[in-house]
Write a protein that binds this ligand. Structure first.
Ligand code: NI
Length: 261
């Protein structure tokens, strides 16, 4: 059996304060091979670094989330750059646009999204993109700032098939997590059935978006088999094939010395 490559989690979140160590130490026996802990706040640059240095199977992504775009400055970007050079940092992220939570600072969000795409290219790393209620602007920023040259993944993909095609045309992968198991996520199920398996990455966004039957509870990477099962059913392939192919995808995208098969 291949191990699952978890490409997006936030184990530095307060939700894990009670049992972070025991939970992380239980991953390997449960079939989870690697985990990318993705920065979700400015403080997360420090806590992600600490997790990467504590656990051999935890890697990191360095970036400033669009919800923290307000008042950003170049010093922050240099802090992102410093962490991006860590040997276990595999990507710049999560970066992007979020018009669900913030509609009044779109230009500011676009500016820092673009700046971090440029940083990723300078540091030769792929990007992990967060995009919510902002499909068209996300795509145009990606084009304007040449995200194709960085490569990467649109995480927690939530748009329709046509947008999936646009992102895949830029060479991007799409991250699929617990939402695909929700009964009311017909659009995402359709998109997942449509996307080639070699463009899909597995992710949880823990502690958020737990799959059925844990919907609404704290999420963690141990629940990824429910996502695997759903994708396998939608695509008519075996669960093992989903695990193996998405693992190969992750290794292809996040190539850096230190990740061993
Ligand atoms: Ni996230």
């Amino acid at each position: 059996m291949s191990l699952i490559f978890e490409t997006h989690a936030h184990y530095d979140d307060d939700a894990f304060d009670e049992d972070r160590d025991s939970l992380l130490l239980s991953m390997k026996d449960a079939g989870i091979g690697e985990i990318i802990n993705v920065c979700a706040s400015p403080e997360s640059l420090k806590t992600t670094k600490a997790l990467m240095e504590k656990y051999d199977f935890v890697y990191g992504a360095a970036g400033i989330h669009p919800s923290d775009a307000r008042g950003l400055n170049d010093d922050f970007i240099e802090e992102v750059r410093a962490l991006s050079r860590h040997k276990k940092c595999l990507a710049v992220g999560e970066i992007g646009l979020d018009y669900y939570w913030d509609k009044d600072n779109k230009d500011e969000q676009k500016k820092w999204f673009g700046r971090q795409i440029e940083l990723a290219k300078e540091e030769k790393l792929p990007v992990i993109i967060h995009s919510r209620d902002a499909a068209a602007d996300t795509l145009s920023c990606m084009k304007d700032f040449g995200a194709k040259d960085a490569g990467g993944v649109v995480h927690c993909f939530s748009y329709e098939k046509e947008m999936a095609r646009e992102f895949m045309n830029l060479g991007f992968y799409l991250g699929i997590g617990g939402v695909v198991t929700f009964k009311n996520s017909r659009k995402l199920k359709e998109t997942a059935a449509y996307m080639p398996l070699d463009r899909i990455l597995l992710e949880t966004d823990s502690p958020y978006l737990a799959p059925v039957p844990y919907r609404g509870k704290r999420n963690c990477s141990l629940y990824l088999p429910y996502v695997v099962k759903e994708i396998a059913a939608l695509k008519g392939v075996s669960e093992e094939e989903v695990i193996e192919t998405t693992r190969a995808n992750a290794l292809r995208l996040f190539v850096k010395s230190g990740i061993k098969e």
